[in-house]
Design a binder for this molecule. Structure first.
Ligand SMILES: [Zn+2]
Length: 263
């Protein structure tokens, strides 16, 4: 069974280095922009899993972000209709990952138990913990629970042969990452287990963090999941577009191929 895995950029913003490391950074004022992605996984039979859903136009406006394309528009570039997608994996419920639930009316959403209890429980009464959540998205997800369109997972699970979810926490209580054994190597979609390569490589956590210890443990888990030859794909790093080839020449700067090509 072979899988194809793509990162599709849907938004970007200007930022400086000090914003991305707990305790700042010695080169504080130098630019370090942030990219926003969704990820697309396809098997050889055409079955599709979408990882995260981006934010929507109202988030872009309220939070002053540049939205380049919605998840629906991003997937259309790959001839995937959001309305026909059966499986969406939500790595966590922050606005920039769970903002497009409505664009997938027929999908089942794969989530961690702990993320739903985090996003609907007592912690959301605390401003410092809720600021990256948008209540409308959480309401959308609760509605999907009542529609029996949420598949809850309690820890690690295999969704299909070679495609598995792994609960890490740290950034949020229920953050999960995706491991794909593509048939030509391992791809680990880290999402916000590491926003940038530098967070993990230099062991300097991103400042939006619930549990620093778990976030740092997460870096080791990512390495274990990837193994010797696997690749780890951070959640927001523009370097992803330098380290991986464009999906097609028409998609240059928009989407990259994360799986190694099969000989
Ligand atoms: Zn994020």
């Amino acid at each position: 069974m072979g899988y194809s895995v793509y990162a599709i950029k849907y938004a970007q913003r200007d930022a400086v280095r000090s914003e991305h490391f707990l305790g700042g950074d010695p080169h504080e004022g130098s630019p370090m922009p942030m990219d926003y992605f969704i990820w697309l996984i396809r098997d050889s039979k055409g079955r599709t899993w979408v990882v995260d859903t981006g934010f929507d136009r109202s988030d872009a406006q309220e939070r002053n972000r540049t939205l380049l394309r919605t998840a629906e528009e991003a997937l259309a570039l790959f001839d995937v209709k959001a309305s026909e997608v059966d499986d969406v994996i939500l790595t966590h419920f922050h606005y920039d990952h769970a903002g497009g639930v409505k664009q997938f009316p027929n999908a089942t959403f794969h989530v961690q138990d702990e993320e739903m209890s985090f996003a609907t429980g007592r912690d959301m009464g605390r401003k410092a913990l809720r600021h990256a959540f948008t209540v409308e998205h959480i309401k959308d997800l609760v509605e999907r629970v009542f529609d029996e369109k949420v598949r809850f997972h309690n820890g690690d699970v295999e969704l299909a042969p070679g495609l598995s979810l792994h609960h890490i926490g740290g950034h949020t209580r229920g953050l999960q990452v995706v491991r794909v054994d593509t048939g030509s190597g391992i791809v680990v979609l880290a999402s916000d287990a590491t926003h940038y390569y530098a967070n993990m490589d230099e062991e300097r956590p991103f400042p939006i963090v619930l549990d620093v210890g778990k976030m740092i443990d997460g870096y080791d888990i990512l390495r274990e999941l990837a193994g010797e030859d696997g690749v780890i794909v951070p959640g927001h790093d523009p370097l992803v577009f330098e380290r991986f080839p464009s999906a097609t020449s028409a998609l240059s700067g928009i989407a990259v191929i994360l799986h190694r090509s099969r000989a």
